[in-house]
Design a protein around this ligand. Structure first.
Ligand SMILES: Cc1cc2nc3c(=O)[nH]c(=O)nc-3n(C[C@H](O)[C@H](O)[C@H](O)COP(=O)(O)OP(=O)(O)OC[C@H]3O[C@@H](n4cnc5c(N)ncnc54)[C@H](O)[C@@H]3O)c2cc1C
Length: 506
């Protein structure tokens, strides 16, 4: 990556205006005038316009705050000029994308002293390089649009999760989002091969070369990915694309025990040459809450599966798509062979395989409905944890029993192929949520998690909601390094303050 000093005439003009301010503190009125000069008055929202627009609240509805203004740049040069202006003025900035983050990272805190920088207008697909199998996207491109763009070129942008219709590339990178296909393709970090960003002082780093190898110093890309907007504003990025699968087999399994989940996953991987794309834990309680809240949902199996597993295998190999006389594809045949063996040894009790694209879509729709179903079901406490695969069963069996004794119902789903569980606690029937011992349940869960070498935030990040857990459970030496990095890049703590890094214990 190189520090880019100039982005051409557009940038120089704005830079000349604001470089002149140096480090002089300018007045709020001047700053708002400055913002309007950079992006045009219609792209600076204030007062009622901010209140009417969806910038103050996140998806959970738990985090809200009012900024001084919302500013909507359309170019990297404009972002750099905004950041420089805010930096000179000492004004905190909150980068925001689709606000589907689940930890309160993309909305202002209650202070009313910040400027929200919304990247939504930076939504260009800058390049698709079919030969190099890469795509360059601006930060405001919606994830689903990225998938569609890749598909138009016969390739796959394999990141997928329930909020893909709203989440934007900048937010996806800043949370290092995961989702259902990580078991095959990795997290956002593994897909991204270059970043362009504006640092807290307004300087630009341009790392959009698309190089697959570049060992020339610290990897600034990896520092910005997952930083939740605390080290700079991501304006664009290059991603790897994958071959588009031409055949899929999707199904739902009932396992004898969650302890068998790694065996079943590995058996499917071995049979199909590592083609498992999704391997999702969906126990009976989770399926039932979805069916209750969304009555059109089709139950995948006649008898609810205590240990339910939704899976998909996918291949781009032409041979795997070939069908026999019975209409079964080779890939399906491999899955059937694997499942037969697993049923014989008793690890798989029952299986449903989608026989049409509609059945496949129904299974995916059910999987993606879980968060909305839990939200509609009533109050819940959500944990987003990761465990070594071999320890998932111990965590689930121990905690399920413990929280049931306390009056909770665990509504768990998870990207089980990655050891990632979304472990949510809700009130058992007849129990009043506010009477339940949530603090005790959390303490017990986090203590067990730490004993099993797990993580208290697998994919949703820290934001505002997990600052306490971060302070208490993150290794002190690692927190110390993070504070030093933050101090080096953002000494005035202007980039998304009050998020991600907890204040030191006094
Ligand atoms: C129904 C549902 C399902 C979900 N499923 C998953 C899942 O399976 N896996 C998963 O990982 N997440 C999941 N999420 C969480 C969420 O969708 C992701 O975290 C997503 O990546 C956030 O993108 P966003 O554009 O909405 O970011 P926002 O919520 O707007 O912002 C998130 C963070 O990124 C920062 N940020 C935003 N844009 C920029 C930028 N350009 N530069 C620097 N910082 C920036 C913000 O300041 C904030 O800290 C789900 C959410 C919902 C509502």
């Amino acid at each position: 990556m190189v520090v880019q000093e100039s982005l051409g005439a557009d940038f120089r003009t704005m830079w000349d205006v604001y470089a002149a301010t140096g480090s002089t503190i300018i007045q709020p009125g001047e700053m708002l005038t400055g913002l309007k000069e950079i992006v045009g008055a219609s792209q600076v929202l204030m007062g009622d316009a901010v209140a009417a627009a969806p910038y103050c609240k996140d998806w959970t509805g738990q985090f809200a705050g009012t900024p001084i203004a919302v500013v909507r740049p359309e170019s990297t040069a404009q972002v750099a000029a905004i950041v420089k202006l805010c930096h000179n003025h000492g004004t905190p900035m909150v980068p925001t994308g689709g606000r589907t983050g689940l930890c309160g990272g993309g909305v202002p805190t209650g202070n009313g002293d910040s400027v929200v920088v919304s990247l939504e207008r930076m939504n260009a697909v800058r390049a698709v390089d079919v030969g190099a199998r890469s795509i360059t996207l601006e930060a405001g491109v919606v994830l689903q649009t990225a998938q569609e763009q890749a598909r138009e070129h016969g390739l796959a942008f394999p990141l997928t999760f329930g909020a893909q219709g709203s989440a934007m590339i900048g937010g996806v990178l800043s949370t290092n989002a995961g989702g259902s296909n990580v078991v095959k393709y990795g997290t956002t970090r593994e897909l991204c091969i270059g970043i362009e960003a504006v640092l807290p002082d307004g300087s630009i780093i341009d790392g959009l070369t698309g190089l697959r190898k570049d060992n020339t110093g610290y990897d600034l890309k990896d520092l910005l990915i997952g930083a939740e907007g605390t080290l700079g504003i991501i304006t664009a990025a290059v991603f790897k694309l994958s071959p588009m699968p031409s055949v899929r087999t999707t199904g739902f399994l009932s396992l004898a025990s969650i302890a068998d989940a790694p065996t079943v996953l590995n058996a499917l991987q071995d049979r199909t040459g590592g083609a498992v794309e999704a391997y999702e834990y969906m126990p009976a309680a989770a399926v039932e809450v979805i069916c209750r809240e969304f009555p059109k949902t089709r139950r995948p199996l006649g008898v609810p599966a205590e240990t339910g597993l939704f899976f998909e295998v996918a291949s781009s190999r032409p041979d795997d798509a070939k069908g026999g006389d019975d209409g079964e594809t080779r890939l399906q045949g491999l899955v059937f062979e694997g499942l037969e063996a697993l049923m014989e040894e008793g690890t798989v009790l029952d299986a449903m395989i989608a026989q049409s694209e509609q059945q496949r879509i129904d299974l995916w729709t059910m999987r993606e409905a879980i968060l909305e179903a839990i939200t509609a079901n009533g109050p819940a406490y959500h944990m987003d944890i990761a465990l070594p695969l071999a320890s998932v069963a111990e965590f689930v069996t121990t905690m399920d029993a413990a929280v049931a004794d306390m009056g909770f119902v665990p509504l768990t789903v998870g990207h089980l192929g990655d050891g990632n569980l979304h472990y949510a606690l809700s009130a058992a029937e007849g129990k009043n949520w506010t009477d339940l011992p949530l603090t005790r349940a959390k303490e017990q869960a986090f203590a067990l998690l730490m004993r099993l070498n797990g993580s208290f935030s697998a994919e949703h990040g820290i934001g505002q909601s997990k600052l306490d857990v971060m302070r208490n459970l993150k290794q002190a030496s690692q927190l110390d390094v993070m504070r030093k990095i933050k101090q080096a890049l953002d000494p005035d703590d202007l980039m998304n303050p009050g998020k991600f890094i907890p204040k030191e214990k006094s």
